[in-house]
Design a protein around this ligand. Structure first.
Ligand code: IPE
Ligand code: IPE
Ligand code: MG
Length: 238
């Protein structure tokens, strides 16, 4: 057998991660430190999102999930919510086609009914156009883990189910097209889930970075995966 090179090892490491998820946190602090409005942090954060997502797919990670807007983020000022929604739309306009061409299926996790109809229509359109693609990008918008479980159970009740199994619930989650995340990365030094993937994170590994999301780079993804490779996942065994 030929000797394994460093390059082979790197590819092998990335293959161990079938699903990586990001809690993109720290945009506001990034802007505040520069005395800029919070929206400037979100603009910079969108650039990071584009770069990191591209990198993950180049490394052949099959499922990538990002937390873009939570069910609790409506509590922010009207101005900030407006800026975030505008950026989301701009992101779809500017980045979606390229991702779809690169065989990425885009799925929006969360309740679209509270979003502006024009934005919700764009989301549905891109989901439909990319539905047969191989890799998956889940973008969580108006997403909450509790809301997702309630939605899943209600959809089972609607089908007339009197009792449900864990597999039934998993199959009705917004993320049903992806396996549970292997690795969840949160930036900006906060060590909490903030209502992200509550059900799916049962056996995920967590990685926290002190870097603010706009400062996060592909080499930080490498670092997180190197760390992940040292973990011993036991799933309740030994
Ligand atoms: C993450 O950055 C983006 C969203 C939650 C939409 P924040 O806006 O939460 O940044 P901080 O936590 O205030 O620094
Ligand atoms: C979580 O970040 C939501 C997103 C990254 C979209 P928050 O900044 O909203 O979470 P908390 O308020 O610090 O828990
Ligand atoms: Mg935050």
């Amino acid at each position: 057998m030929k000797n394994r090179t460093d390059k082979d090892t790197a590819v092998a490491d990335f293959h161990a991660v079938k699903h990586i998820a990001f809690i993109m946190d720290g945009n506001g602090r990034w802007a505040q430190r520069r005395l800029l409005p919070r929206s400037a942090g979100h603009i910079q954060g969108l650039k990071t999102f584009t770069e990191i997502v591209k990198y993950c797919f180049e490394k052949r990670i099959a499922n990538v999930t990002v937390y873009a807007f939570s069910t609790e983020n409506w509590n922010r000022s009207e101005e900030e919510v407006g800026a975030l929604m505008e950026l989301l739309e701009r992101n779809i306009d500017e980045n979606a086609d390229e991702l779809v061409e690169k065989d990425v299926r885009i799925i929006f996790l969360g309740d679209k009914s509270a979003l502006a109809p024009k934005l919700a229509d764009k989301m549905r359109d891109i989901e439909k156009r990319s539905e047969n693609n191989r890799a998956i990008l889940n973008v969580a918008v108006n997403y909450g883990g509790r809301d997702e479980i309630v939605h899943a159970v209600n959809s089972l009740i609607k089908d007339g189910r009197m009792s449900v199994s864990a597999d039934d619930i998993s199959s009705r989650l917004y993320t049903s097209a992806s396996p549970d995340p292997d690795l969840i990365i949160r930036t900006a030094g906060e060590q909490r889930l903030s209502n992200f993937l509550l059900w799916q994170a049962a056996y995920s590994e967590f990685y926290y970075s002190d870097k603010l999301w706009p400062d996060f780079t592909p080499s930080d993804v490498d670092k997180a995966i190197d760390d992940f490779m040292t973990r011993h996942r036991k799933y309740g065994g030994y």
